[in-house]
Design a protein around this ligand. Structure first.
Ligand SMILES: CC(C)(COP(=O)(O)OP(=O)(O)OC[C@H]1O[C@@H](n2cnc3c(N)ncnc32)[C@H](O)[C@@H]1OP(=O)(O)O)[C@@H](O)C(=O)NCCC(=O)NCCS
Length: 171
């Protein structure tokens, strides 16, 4: 697996990033998949209280912020679509390349690989599950590209810890 943007860095979100994320969520390529930007921002604002189980990151390429991503333990969010998976060790992720000039150049894949490594470096993590919209072709493609398998029975994309580290060690 090709590591196309080794310089990409994920930094924990800080207060001054919030307006940038708000702007990205409203962009043409993003807004159909993030239909309620106010709610996404609300979760970020309450990241030290009600939504402290969400771990947000800003993605930098050569010191320029280009996107954002987050992970969480599925059991903490208790979303119906993931209830069939084990409570222990099952995480999910969300992701967005906000800067249009950086789309389609391998940054999304590299961001997801790096986010998955952060999750899988947690001792309790076992798998990551993601359920993109059925018609979000690019999100489905980037997950496959980052090593996820499609679980047809549950209509989710799934990645196991061992498979991830095997993939990235082959790069
Ligand atoms: C989904 C998203 C993160 C993908 O990021 P990206 O940087 O554009 O994608 P990449 O350049 O890393 O490409 C990943 C794969 O998709 C393919 N791809 C990218 N753009 C494509 C396009 N326009 N048409 C066809 N394939 C495309 C690439 O070829 C690559 O596949 P490969 O590794 O087999 O060659 C980005 O499109 C995005 O932020 N979309 C809006 C937010 C969103 O939908 N988030 C997910 C909500 S669940």
């Amino acid at each position: 697996m090709k590591n196309s943007h080794p310089e990409l860095e994920l930094h924990p979100l800080e207060e001054h990033h919030i307006s940038l994320i708000d702007c990205w969520l409203r962009k043409e390529h993003a807004k159909q998949w993030f239909q309620d930007p106010e709610e996404w921002i609300n979760e970020i604002i309450k990241r030290d209280s009600e939504f402290s189980f969400l771990k947000h990151f800003i993605v930098y390429s050569d010191n320029k912020p280009i996107g954002f991503c987050q992970f969480y333990l599925c059991a903490d969010a208790d979303e119906e679509e993931f209830r069939m998976f084990p409570k222990e060790g099952t995480y999910s992720i969300d992701y967005l390349i906000g800067e249009e000039d950086y789309l389609g150049k391998g940054f999304g894949k590299e961001m997801i690989l790096k986010l998955c490594s952060i999750v899988f470096n947690k001792d309790d993590s076992k798998m990551i599950v993601v359920k993109p919209d059925n018609d979000n072709f690019l999100s489905r493609t980037v997950l496959t590209s980052a090593g996820f398998s499609f679980d047809k029975a549950h209509n989710v994309y799934l990645l196991l810890k061992n498979a991830h580290f095997k993939n990235i060690n082959q790069s």
